[in-house]
Ligand binder design. Structure first.
Ligand SMILES: Nc1nc2c(ncn2[C@@H]2O[C@H](COP(=O)(O)OP(=O)(O)O)[C@@H](O)[C@H]2O)c(=O)[nH]1
Ligand SMILES: [Mg+2]
Ligand SMILES: [Zn+2]
Length: 301
């Protein structure tokens, strides 16, 4: 499995625990499509090359794929493959949790083939416990696991620790919500930099070049990728959006038009479910917003 990727060099940890540094075989390098990129989490086959060098000659099919599709028609980029778990992280306060941001994060997790876990951090702040409780109830009713935690006090961290200490995970969310602080709380040896200003949009002084899977002392692996910071700019294709709202599932296929966008068509089963109650208005509103974004960005592509 690829544990680190930077500038065309890959650190591969083999099943027997040995570690080799490898480059891509030319044939793989030339292919431009997304699946030919090698990313952290990829299962690859390596073979010895000249001297003591190694080359990756094959990438195995991916189980999950965390993909970043930038708005404005730029090519999608895979950030990590085969992760077992995705944690969408927000803060109950500072910055205040907004439903649209939460929905955006959950959609990104779903689009990557992972049913994300919602982590609501900073429950220690004044008024935050109530916010977290409401979010637990709301997103819990849609079928999401919601973990209310405080990286500062350790409250609620047991379940987070249990989940993050097995397999591989990604934490993603806006900057300043406490992702690095959470990981430091689970494994203080990491000493990840924290503070809202430590990693400003790509140009900051602490820009990470490569991506890596950070091994936790307790056994899990956590993806560390520079692109995670600006999730606000991610998008999902219009056609796959409806599948990223799990509570829409019972209604898909029941609209009058097979290609219904669920925004304006008559006899739309999704819109009926919003009117009748099973689909929450805020969720539907997020769908409409993301749908419009997706259409705008494909129009400029
Ligand atoms: N009160 C409180 N502050 C926190 C908590 N977790 C993180 N912070 C603070 O929030 C800021 C951003 O944290 P950081 O881990 O850098 O966020 P990241 O950008 O998501 O990695 C820092 O000043 C942290 O000290 C928490 O549980 N409670
Ligand atoms: Mg951070
Ligand atoms: Zn419809």
């Amino acid at each position: 499995m690829v544990h680190e990727a930077a500038g065309g060099r890959y650190r591969v940890v083999c099943r027997d625990g040995s570690v080799v540094d490898a480059t891509l075989r030319g044939r793989l390098k030339k292919r431009r499509d997304r699946t030919a990129q090698v990313v952290i989490g990829d299962e690859v086959e390596v073979e010895p090359a000249a001297g003591d060098a190694w080359v990756i000659h094959r990438v195995l099919p991916r189980r999950t794929e965390l993909v970043r599709r930038a708005r404005g028609g730029r090519a999608p980029r895979t950030l990590a493959a085969n992760l077992d778990r995705a944690f969408a992280v927000v803060a109950a306060r500072q910055p205040d949790a907004r439903l649209e941001m939460i929905d955006r994060l959950l959609v990104l997790g779903e689009a990557s083939g992972m049913h994300p876990i919602l982590v609501v951090n900073k429950v220690d702040l004044p008024g935050a416990a109530e916010v977290a409780r409401d979010l637990e109830e709301f997103y819990g009713s849609i079928g999401y696991d919601v973990l209310s935690v405080s990286a500062a006090t350790g409250e609620g961290l047991e379940r987070f620790r249990e989940a993050v200490c097995s397999g591989s995970s990604a934490l993603y969310g806006p900057s300043g919500v406490g992702k690095s602080t959470l990981l430091n709380a689970v494994d203080p040896r990491l000493e990840l930099r924290t503070g809202a200003l430590s990693r400003k949009t790509g140009t900051g002084r602490h820009t990470t070049v490569g991506s890596r899977l950070i091994p936790l002392e307790c056994g899990g692996l956590v993806a560390d990728t520079p692109g995670f910071a600006d999730v606000g700019l991610w998008g999902v294709e219009a056609s796959e959006l409806e599948r990223c709202f799990p509570e829409f599932a019972p209604y898909l296929g029941a609209c009058r038009f097979r290609s219904c966008s669920h925004t304006h068509e008559p006899d739309c089963a999704v819109r009926e479910a919003v009117e009748e109650g099973p689909i929450a208005p805020s969720r539907y509103q997020s769908y409409v917003t993301l749908r419009r974004e997706a259409e705008e960005s494909s129009a400029t592509a």
